[in-house]
Ligand binder design. Structure first.
Ligand SMILES: [Zn+2]
Length: 282
């Protein structure tokens, strides 16, 4: 069965001047529509869902527009945009879909910036964490964005039901994820390491944990590992096909939540390639 794309036009409504801007999703969306994917519209996450992950004080500040840092502006109504993106992740978890909603989430910790990092890296609510908590199942969170998901690690550090596994560029923003800690397995990679090194590391990472023991696999998918993007690891469209195959091989119910990826056309083609690899090997 073809994975459904979760999207609402509403997520294009803010931040035109920022690198995390609507164009990265608008163009990807156009490409995926042309490819014939089925679409579903999300509804906003409830406050109850958000509070499973974030501190009440942080949510209060976000509502009031009181959270701003040098990377992460306090746009008008950002709470509503973030809540809809979190709702996209929750829906993805329910239907094993792929949410291409923005803003992304994996740098957002319980109370905003996570693990001593000074910014929230374009993130407001931790979408994948909210979706995993809403499922309340044992989960493997596989984070293949080019940046370490410091927020996701902070939220699930020592949390018995979840294992977090991340491949990311280092040294690079946010500077965390240098080594594995408890249930959080980190695989730092040098800039532009290339597909061969990346896939070898991914195979090693997936062999180190037993994916079969989890009820669900949640994937934080970022395409900023694409050659020339913000956290380039020198990957190409084909690399994402190979990553998708490896995720299918875990043979567990799986859902996908978009994180980074700042080149719209590459995002669209990479998502299609990734899902081809995943679906052809289910
Ligand atoms: Zn990223």
């Amino acid at each position: 069965m073809k994975t459904k794309i979760i999207f609402s036009e509403k997520c294009l409504g803010y931040g035109t001047w920022h690198i995390e801007g609507p164009q990265r999703i608008r163009i990807a969306n156009e490409i995926l529509r042309k490819k014939g994917y089925d679409y579903v519209e999300p509804s906003p996450a409830s406050e109850e869902d958000l509070l499973k992950v974030h501190d009440p004080e942080y949510i209060w500040n976000l509502k009031k527009g009181l959270v701003e840092d040098v990377d992460t502006p306090a746009y008008d109504n950002i709470y509503e945009y973030a809540r809809l993106s979190a709702g996209g992740a929750i829906l993805a978890a329910k239907i094993n879909g792929f949410s291409i909603m923005r803003p992304p989430g994996h740098h957002a910790g319980k109370n905003g910036a996570a693990l001593g990092v000074h910014t929230r890296g374009f993130c407001y609510l931790n979408n994948v964490a909210i979706a995993v908590k809403s499922l309340n199942k044992t989960a493997l969170i596989l984070d293949v964005d080019g940046h370490h998901g410091n927020g996701t690690q902070e939220i699930f550090q020592d949390y018995a039901k979840v294992v977090y596994l991340s491949l990311h560029r280092f040294p690079h923003y946010p500077g965390t994820g240098i080594r594995s800690e408890g249930n959080c397995f980190n695989f730092p990679l040098p800039a532009d390491c290339g597909e061969k090194k990346y896939l070898e590391t991914l195979d090693q990472a997936l062999n180190a944990i037993d994916g079969k023991t989890f009820e669900v696999v949640a994937v934080s998918v970022g395409f900023d590992t694409h050659s020339g993007d913000l956290a380039s690891l020198g990957l190409t469209e084909n690399s994402y096909l190979e990553i998708g195959k490896r995720i299918a091989a875990i043979e567990k119910p799986t859902f996908f939540v978009l994180e980074g990826g700042y080149m719209g056309e590459a995002n669209g083609k990479d998502i299609d390639s990734f899902l081809k690899g995943y679906e052809e090997n289910l």
